[in-house]
Design a protein around this ligand. Structure first.
Ligand code: 3PG
Length: 211
């Protein structure tokens, strides 16, 4: 592992899977985070799609070993709210100039979403090289990301969107894929911690590029 590795790359190499967490009930935050961390998934993305999301980030930050980020960040206002809640990294389904500039000035690890060559080029113009490929399956799946890796061999990806326990390993086999993201680890509704733990343990040993 090189000494000057960017913090976002370090995060991407921490575990092969980043659970995408859509959680409604604040009481579920800590038990879910504890279960995921105890089973090898330390990097957690809480998406700002529920009213409780910012409080969920605050609660999960209290769990030893958890690295908690905010997802579905689409503008600088979302970013400010996530930073105030203590988010340690930021994920977006896309990239605008406003958001990119705000993230750069906040100096926080960032995974902007891309789905095309032009998206990647705009991201690279802003200095980014690590991207979320979203929506991964709907944007052409593995053949599409393989094709993009020709002209953009210097970029590294976290595919998300349509990834599940079955296809994650195939994505992780791509050399420019450091990790994948997905909501399959924590299904909606009242959490079944045993099931979440088992699913996380399996995901944490998937053959990725973690170091
Ligand atoms: C995301 O926010 O990254 C995606 O909605 C997660 O996609 P999935 O639900 O298909 O895993």
């Amino acid at each position: 592992m090189s000494g000057d590795m960017q913090p976002i790359e370090k995060l991407m190499r921490t575990a092969p899977v980043i659970p995408v967490l859509v959680i409604d009930d604040i009481a579920d935050a800590r038990p879910i985070a504890q279960t995921l961390v105890a089973n090898g998934l330390r990097v957690l993305e809480v998406v700002l799609r529920t009213e409780a999301a910012l409080d969920i980030i605050r609660e999960m930050r209290k769990v030893d070993g958890a690295i908690v980020g905010a997802g579905t960040i689409t503008n600088p206002d979302n970013l400010d709210a996530a930073l105030l809640a203590g988010a340690e990294f930021i994920v977006s389904p896309g990239l605008t100039e406003d958001l990119g500039k705000a993230v750069l000035s906040a100096k926080i690890p960032f995974l902007p979403g891309i789905a095309s060559a032009s998206d990647i080029m705009r991201g690279m113009d802003m200095g980014f090289r690590h991207f979320k490929f979203f929506p991964a399956e709907a944007s052409g799946g593995i053949p599409s990301l393989k094709a993009l890796s020709g002209p953009f061999g210097q970029c590294l990806f976290c595919p998300t969107g349509g990834i599940n326990a079955k296809n994650a390993v195939d994505w992780l086999a791509l050399k420019n894929v450091l990790c994948v993201g997905g909501s399959w680890l924590v299904p909606k509704g009242s959490p079944d911690l045993d099931l979440i733990g088992n699913t996380a343990r399996t995901a944490s040993t998937m053959n990725g590029h973690a170091e």
